[in-house]
Design a binder for this molecule. Structure first.
Ligand SMILES: [Ca+2]
Length: 335
């Protein structure tokens, strides 16, 4: 007769074995989801702090104008705090309103595609923020089928990280494509999207969710454009092109004023957020590699640690190819 102690040891060994198998299955599934997506249409949602400056608007229009590649099922408003918003709730609400403003250009898109997101940031690591966006993402991700849902996240990742914590099973069903942070060789991890909510950003790197990161420094910051370029490729091509051009001019005027520039100045502006959409439209434009996930410290630095799972990280951008695609598609939206 086995003793009680032996029975407990056997049960523990079986449990550990099962855990090992499940961890292995999770790794196999993550590697499958991190593969470069093949041709054809993919399911996607867009998580955007739309009103924080003037680049999310391009990304949203770009996503909706890529229908042969992206089946865009939902758009989530993300919170932000900067000189355009004093609180997470205000930033999220302004983003939601900006999404609705942009959707007016798309008469064939149902407005119910837009969802409000988190009205606050993470206060503690174990307290996700419940929101209509997080709930919609969970419901959408858990639909039966093998096709992953690409979560294009172009703001602070509060909505998606909350959804991952509320229903960890979505990690087997989604791929998060996050525009944010810096390359892990950079001395600081700090950047606007990441520092909006450091805890939410840590969840992305620690949860094991299939993650594609498009860093800002030295990668998406290549995506700069200028007033003369937009005059040539955007202005007068479509109503939405004129809207985006107008926002760009306003932004330009404020910046020049702030810098005390009155004469001609070779100013350019990064349109960061189009990178996440561009990676799906053509992954060759934004080359990437599989690397162990870095650890994001509380004081916003990158550290390496043994035994970390893999993520995919972009390391370059073909700026001309991406803007050519963006401008061509924006010109196709008839009034
Ligand atoms: Ca953004």
């Amino acid at each position: 007769m086995p003793t009680r102690r032996q029975l407990i040891q056997t049960a523990a060994a079986v449990a550990a074995g099962a855990l090992g198998v499940s961890a292995q299955a999770q790794t196999v599934n993550r590697d499958r989801l991190l593969a470069i997506p093949g041709p054809g249409r993919v399911r996607a949602v867009l998580d955007t702090d739309t009103y924080n400056e003037i680049d999310d608007q391009y990304a949203l229009a770009y996503a909706l104008l890529s229908p042969e590649r992206l089946a865009l099922e939902a758009i989530y408003a993300a919170p932000f705090v900067n000189n355009r918003s004093k609180s997470a709730a205000e930033g999220m609400e302004k983003s939601y309103e900006e999404i609705l403003t942009l959707l007016k250009f798309f008469s064939d898109v149902d407005k119910s595609i837009a969802h409000r997101g988190s009205d606050r940031f993470f206060g503690r690591k174990d307290r996700p923020v419940d929101s209509p966006a997080a709930r919609d993402l969970i419901e959408r991700a858990m639909k039966p089928g093998d096709d992953p849902l690409y979560v294009l996240t172009i703001g602070g990742p509060v909505n998606v990280s909350s959804a991952i914590m509320m229903e960890p099973k979505i990690k087997d069903k989604i791929v998060v494509v996050w525009l944010g942070g810096t390359p892990s060789y950079w001395p600081s991890a700090s950047e606007f999207n990441l520092r909006q909510d450091v805890i939410a950003s840590q969840v992305l790197f620690d949860s094991g969710v299939p993650l594609v990161v498009v860093p800002t420094k030295n990668v998406s910051e290549h995506l700069r454009t200028t007033v003369p370029e937009l005059e040539q490729h955007l202005r007068g091509r479509s109503r939405i092109g004129d809207y985006l051009y107008g926002q760009f001019l306003q932004y330009f005027a404020v910046r020049m004023n702030r810098q005390g520039q009155s004469g001609p100045y070779p100013w350019s502006k990064v349109i960061w957020d189009i990178s996440a959409v561009a990676w799906l439209n053509n992954p060759e434009w934004i080359p990437s590699e599989i690397v162990p996930s870095p650890v994001l410290t509380d004081d916003m630095r990158w550290e390496s640690a043994p035994g970390r799972h893999n993520i995919r990280v972009a390391n370059n951008v073909d700026r001309d190819a991406v803007f050519n695609d963006v401008f061509t598609r924006l010109a196709t939206l008839s009034d």
